[in-house]
Design a protein around this ligand. Structure first.
Ligand SMILES: Nc1nc2c(c(=O)[nH]1)N[C@H]1C(S)=C(S)[C@@H](COP(=O)(O)O)O[C@H]1N2
Ligand SMILES: [Mo]
Length: 497
């Protein structure tokens, strides 16, 4: 077995891969928990899921939102568990960065050193050998090794499949779930059969990884765990006792990282949000911020039932405005502007006249999507009228929703607000919407006015807006993290994915 002869870099890569892959799996399960249903069609219509991992049923005839459908799984399988989507996302994205870097180094070295011959099939007969090997395993025997090579045919095919197909497949289906990528390249999402199909395929990729890991571990045991471990740690089998100790220490180290990540996420989520965010945010902004939305779905793609997130304001003041068709409502735009202004719905409709409606895919941070047609006024048109001062950098959208009052089951209270970079107002398809699917915006979708920002995740698109405050800094607003969700449930402020 000495012929295995793993170079140092390959051994280091192997264990880094174990670390990142296990972090990806657990944080991925956290992300599924927040909307534990899988669909094939873009509209995620209730009842059309092909798989569900929840027992909850939703009330018929009463407004429920997708926060009510959220599940919490145990921290044993889920990082960190207990309905912490924000934390799950941070761990998933930091692990993506680590895993992709590990993967790039791995590919480069694999080809630079000729080690690829180990894994890439060079002969079609390998597939029939692999099939025979499978039958041999199924009859509880070990198949012969390939001549001059340290593995059998089936193992070679499986490794090639994981390294060159499954890993890239997970990256591609993951990217297909980024709202910025979807908004800029709608054809790319179609390659996978749509947004929900990409999410479903990403999940099936997870299952494939789990099957691979189970089989791989079984094989290692069958072929000789101590020797193989020694080879994967020290590169030789001279000292088996050391190797066993070292492999236990390695596994303990990986488990320790998981335990630490879980505990700190549950006890000090703000620390994790800030710490991991400091790495993730620049990468996300550099790669995805330049993408501009160019969506125009056909009319027939519009979802019959657009899902809802967030419960409408139930104050008397709001209900009174609504009863009168919001004629008394005004949008106030102020802060660091030369020309603070109030806009009625009529004013906004007049300003938005030339703007054609947009048919776009909505992406909730929880994983569901729907398609609708939105009509409104470009945000930039309104911003130009108020004339921001030179130090203006952000827009704070203040809403009429008081979360503690309107959504008592939510984790947190207070007025719902979200902050975006001022520069995003210039993005195409960034509008203040007052129409939906050809009629006035319904109450559950944000009447009288909501933001549409098509390159970002749904929670940034504040509904029931009453004021836009232009600011130079948001550290003194709320908890200073950039929005209600950022403050209370530790989401990230810039969400192109
Ligand atoms: N005021 C307010 N706006 C909000 C929310 C909310 O809870 N309150 N939820 C956000 C989230 S998470 C999503 S996905 C979208 C959902 O928009 P929809 O209900 O029109 O589908 O609204 C966003 N805007
Ligand atoms: Mo959302």
């Amino acid at each position: 077995m000495q012929q295995l002869d793993y170079p140092v870099w390959l051994r280091v890569e192997h264990w880094l891969n174990v670390l990142f892959l296990t972090l990806l799996i657990r944080s991925g399960i956290e992300i599924i928990a927040t909307h534990p249903k899988l669909y094939w069609r873009n509209d995620s219509r209730p009842g059309t899921e092909w798989a569900r991992f929840t027992q909850k049923t939703m009330p018929k005839g009463r407004l429920y939102d997708t926060l009510d459908e959220e599940e919490h799984y145990s921290s044993i399988v889920s990082l960190p568990g207990r309905k912490q989507l924000g934390m799950g996302r941070h761990w998933h994205f930091i692990s993506v960065i680590g895993w992709v870097l590990t993967g790039v180094v791995y590919y480069v070295l694999l080809f630079a050193t000729g080690q690829w011959r180990r894994y890439i099939p060079q002969d079609w007969s390998l597939f029939s050998t692999a099939w025979n090997d499978l039958l041999t395993y199924l009859s509880f025997n070990l198949p012969p090794l390939l001549p001059g090579q340290p593995l059998d045919g089936l193992q070679k095919v499986a490794y090639a499949g994981v390294i060159f197909l499954l890993a890239p497949f997970q990256i591609l289906t993951g990217a297909a779930q980024s709202p910025a990528i979807e908004a800029r390249f709608p054809w790319y999402v179609r390659l996978f059969g749509g947004r929900q199909a990409a999410r479903s395929l990403h999940f099936l990729g997870l299952i494939a990884f789990l099957v691979f890991i189970a089989v791989h571990l079984t094989m290692v045991v069958l072929w000789g765990w101590p020797e193989l471990n020694a080879l994967m740690i020290f590169g030789d089998v001279r000292d088996l006792d050391w190797a066993i100790g070292a492999s236990l220490a390695l596994l303990a180290g990986i488990v320790a990282v998981h335990v630490a990540a879980t505990v700190i996420s549950l006890k000090r989520p703000r620390t994790v949000q800030r710490g991991l965010g400091a790495v993730i945010t620049p990468v996300r902004r550099a790669l995805l911020r330049p993408l501009k939305s160019t969506q125009s779905y056909p009319r027939r793609a519009v979802s019959v039932e657009h899902r809802v997130n967030g419960k409408p304001p139930c104050s008397l003041a709001y209900k009174t405005l609504a009863v009168h068709g919001f004629v008394d409502w005004r949008l106030e735009v102020g802060g660091l502007v030369e020309n603070p202004m109030f806009f009625s719905l009529e004013d906004l409709r007049e300003l938005g006249q030339p703007q054609p409606p947009q048919r776009v895919l909505h992406n909730c941070v929880q994983g569901w999507s729907s398609i609708a047609e939105w009509g409104g006024v470009p945000l930039q048109t309104v911003i130009d009228l108020v004339k921001p001062m030179p130090d203006a950098r952000f827009l704070c959208f203040l809403t009429m929703q008081d979360v503690g009052r309107d959504e008592p089951s939510a984790e947190g209270a207070g007025q719902f607000y979200e902050i975006i970079d001022l520069s995003l107002a210039k993005h195409p398809q960034c509008i203040l919407a007052y129409d939906m699917n050809g009629g006035p915006l319904p109450i559950k979708h944000g009447a009288p006015l909501r933001l549409r920002l098509e390159t970002q995740v749904g929670f940034k698109m504040a509904k029931w807006i009453e004021r836009i405050e232009v600011v130079s800094d948001y550290s003194q607003i709320g908890e200073g993290m950039g929005g209600w969700r950022e403050d209370n449930v530790f989401y990230d402020k810039d969400v192109e994915v």
